[in-house]
Write a protein that binds this ligand. Structure first.
Ligand code: MLT
Length: 407
């Protein structure tokens, strides 16, 4: 009799965004004449920047000729992309990250989910609440938690993001070995200052811990005081791994390309206390389980770093940020306290009501999909997340419908 990994039975039946998609599909099936506007999952709607499309075509043409055809590429990504990332995302910001510390992949979701494999089964976890559900779910699958009791898994230190702390949790009193941080935050849109990140780096050093820093939304930061990378903080090379994605930066949610930075100076320890390079462990894992991102896709990603690419991606992000401003203004006008939307594509709305009830209300009365805060953790209750990823017309229509429904 084949036995299952019983840790999976501790999880909620389905992944948050699949659950929402199912509810929306059944609403649409029951109400075919009522067009729904989706401001739920953070999926981009605008086409790829022209430089990326040109590079995709050129890459495809190279694959069509024997002389330029490519089979397996390096698992960690082609040098041209890793070098462009190191130069433009790190060296230009004063961060000492080298090209061979960058691992190109097909998405930050996979990397954030897979990275826990290189750590021991009995490490102590600290995970924000609310937060992107992948961090918690993948550790539950790996057996690092107990059961879910009253909306919380036993064995996790939850870092609470609340109106009281401006949705940016401070370091806990308890010691943790692996800390997940996400800034600009998904779902709240909150950003962390240099001083706040410095506290985390100090905490990690003191506890010989590792910070997993998800900065998939860094391109949305407009406040010049806010760090884009954890490596802008002194000492972070010794304590942090960083995840970045082209999904929200350049509309690659369907194209798939991202990267993870594992500095060579970052160490983990075996039971006997011997130090091991996490870069070496992740290289071993990545080369064993991954065969690289398609060549034309990597060409398209590299095009983002050209002058034209930088201009085009900035314009794309400005477009979504203008949507975000409209959403935040409209929800504030309706009397809700909101954060996010200024350095992030998400607006976190404090509704003061049950978040699934509010989700149902917007779906049924306004035909607008948002994401219920409770889906991101217990502290998300009483909130919903509204995403700025849609056309201007749809955002404007959605806001009119919401205002009407909440009258
Ligand atoms: C979200 O809506 O939180 C994101 O789209 C999820 C993701 O990036 O995987």
């Amino acid at each position: 009799m084949i036995r299952i990994n019983e840790n999976f039975t501790k999880l909620k039946a389905s992944y948050l965004f699949s659950d929402i998609a199912r509810r929306v599909s059944s609403y649409v099936a029951a109400n075919p004449t009522k067009p729904v506007i989706r401001l739920g999952i953070g999926d981009v709607t605008e086409p790829l920047p022209p430089v990326c499309v040109e590079a995709l075509h050129a890459g495809a043409d190279e694959m069509a000729r024997r002389e330029t055809f490519k089979g397996y590429g390096p698992e960690q990504g082609y040098a041209f992309l890793r070098e462009a990332i190191a130069q433009h995302d790190y060296t230009a910001r004063g961060c000492a990250i080298q090209a061979d510390e960058i691992f190109v992949s097909d998405g930050s979701k996979c990397d954030c989910g897979n990275i826990q494999e290189i750590f021991a089964a009995d490490i102590r976890l600290a995970i924000p609440d609310p937060v992107y559900p992948v961090y918690v779910d993948t550790n539950v699958m790996a057996g690092r938690t107990g059961a879910n009791v009253d909306g919380r898994y036993q064995g996790i230190t939850y870092l609470e993001s609340t109106p009281e702390n401006g949705y940016v949790p401070g370091v806990p009193n308890a010691a943790a070995d692996l800390i997940y941080l996400c800034f600009p935050n998904n779902p709240t849109g909150a950003v962390a200052t240099k001083a706040q990140l410095t506290e985390w780096v100090r905490y990690a050093k003191k506890n010989h811990a590792v910070v997993l820093f998800d900065s998939a939304y860094e391109a949305y930061i407009r406040n010049p005081e806010i760090p884009h990378s954890i490596y802008e903080i002194e000492g972070a090379r010794e304590v942090a791994i960083e995840f970045r994605s082209f999904s929200k930066t350049a509309g690659f949610t369907g194209t798939r390309c991202a990267y993870t930075v594992v500095p060579k100076s970052l160490m983990g320890y075996d039971a006997a206390g011997n130090a091991h390079s996490l870069h070496a462990l992740w290289t071993r894992r990545h080369t064993t389980k991954f065969n690289g991102v398609a060549y034309p896709i990597q060409k398209a990603a590299a095009a983002i770093y050209t002058d034209a690419g930088k201009q085009q991606t900035r314009a794309l992000i400005d477009f979504y940020l203008a949507n975000a401003r409209l959403i935040r203004e409209a929800m504030t006008k309706l009397g809700f306290k909101c954060i996010g939307g200024d350095n992030a594509p998400y607006i976190w709305v404090n509704t003061g009501r049950d978040s699934w009830e509010f989700f149902d209300l917007l779906l049924n009365q306004a035909q607008v999909v948002c994401t219920p805060g409770a889906g991101f953790g217990k502290c998300g209750e009483g909130h919903v997340r509204i995403s700025a990823f849609n056309s201007r017309e749809n955002v404007e229509t959605a806001l009119q419908r919401i205002a009407q429904a909440l009258k």
